[in-house]
Design a protein around this ligand. Structure first.
Ligand code: MLT
Length: 279
C-alpha cells in the first residue's frame, strides 16, 4: 500500500479523520470515497493519475484506515454528514464526488441531501437499492462469523467474491493490498458497518432529480453490484454515461486501472471544460 506524502488529519463530528490532499490548489476538487471494508489507499492509482490536473482529496471513513470511529452509531447518513463536514472544514464549497460501492451509497445519499455541494458524480460498482431481506440476513450471519472466527477468516472469504477470476493471476499486488486493508479494519468497525449497510435506505427514487453529470462504471465481472445495477442507475439518471470495465470484478479501479483512469480523467476533463464554457 502506498504511503501518501500529503497525509493529514482533522477533527469533525467528534472524531479524527485521516485524509490526503494532493494536486493543484485552485483546480477542480475531486473527493474519493472508498468501499467496504477498505480505506483511502484503494485510490492510489486514481490519485496519481489526477494530481497534475485536480485537487484530489481521499479520506478514510470513520472506523477505517487511520480515522477514528467516534462514538455515534454508524449509518450511511452519518457518513454523508461527515463528508459534508470534511468539505466545510477544508473550505470546499463544491466538488466532484467519486465513490465505489459503499462510497457510492454515501455519494448517492449526499447528492440527495446536499445537492448544491456537488458538480458531478462518479458512481463505481455500486447500487441505489437497499438490501433485500436475504442480503440483510447474510450481513447478520457475517457479523456472527466475524465475532466467532475473526477478521482474518473474513478477509479470506471476502477476497473470493471481490475480484474477477482473471485478477487472481493478473492482480496479485492489488489482491494483497485489498487483504491488507481488510485486516487493518477492526472487528468492531466491520460489524458496525455491516449493520449500517444492512439498514441503509434506497436512493433509487431520487435518481431522476440528479441534475449533475454522472459517470457510472462497473466491472464486467462484478458479482456484488453487477452491471445490471449500473444499467438501472444509467436508465434513471438523465445526464449519465455507463462504462462497463472489462477484466474487472467489484474493485474495478484496482483491477483495470488503465481503463478506469482513462474514463475517469476523460469525464473530469469534460465536466471541467463545460463548467468553463459560457452558457
Ligand atoms: C463495498 O465494496 O463497499 C461493499 O461490497 C458494499 C456492500 O457490501 O454492500
Amino acid at each position: 500500500m502506498r504511503d501518501f506524502e500529503n497525509s493529514f488529519s482533522l477533527n469533525i463530528n467528534n472524531h479524527k479523520v485521516s485524509y490526503i490532499d494532493e494536486g493543484k490548489y485552485g483546480a477542480p476538487v475531486i473527493i474519493f470515497i472508498h468501499g467496504f471494508p477498505f480505506n483511502k489507499s484503494m485510490w492510489s492509482s486514481q490519485i496519481e493519475s489526477l494530481t497534475n490536473f485536480c485537487r484530489v482529496i481521499a479520506y478514510d471513513i470513520r472506523g477505517f484506515g487511520d480515522s477514528d470511529s467516534g462514538s455515534e452509531e454508524f449509518t450511511i447518513e452519518l457518513f454523508a454528514k461527515d463528508l459534508i463536514s470534511i468539505m466545510d472544514a477544508l473550505k470546499i464549497d463544491n466538488a466532484i464526488l467519486c465513490g465505489l460501492s459503499m462510497g457510492g451509497y454515501i455519494a448517492l445519499n449526499a447528492i440527495e441531501n446536499y445537492p448544491g455541494r456537488f458538480s458531478a458524480l462518479i458512481l463505481s460498482d455500486t447500487s441505489c437499492k437497499a438490501d433485500t431481506h436475504e442480503a440483510k440476513e447474510k450481513r447478520i450471519k457475517a457479523i456472527k462469523n466475524i465475532r466467532i472466527n475473526g477478521v482474518e477468516k473474513y478477509a479470506d472469504e471476502s477476497i473470493k467474491n471481490l475480484f474477477a477470476q482473471e485478477s487472481f493471476t493478473r492482480n496479485i499486488i492489488e489482491i494483497a493490498s485489498a487483504r491488507e486493508m481488510i485486516l487493518k479494519t477492526s472487528e468492531k468497525s466491520l460489524c458496525n458497518t455491516l449493520l449500517a449497510l444492512s439498514l441503509r435506505k434506497q436512493t433509487c427514487i431520487n435518481l431522476c432529480i440528479i441534475k449533475v453529470p454522472v459517470l457510472i462504471m462497473v466491472g464486467m465481472e462484478d458479482i456484488i453490484t453487477p452491471p445490471s445495477e449500473g444499467q438501472f442507475m444509467h436508465e434513471n439518471i438523465k445526464d449519465s454515461t455507463l462504462k462497463i470495465i472489462e477484466k474487472a470484478g467489484h474493485l474495478s479501479n484496482m483491477e483495470n486501472r488503465e481503463e478506469f483512469n482513462y474514463q475517469l480523467r476523460r469525464f473530469v476533463e469534460t465536466v471541467h471544460q463545460e463548467s468553463l464554457s459560457p452558457d
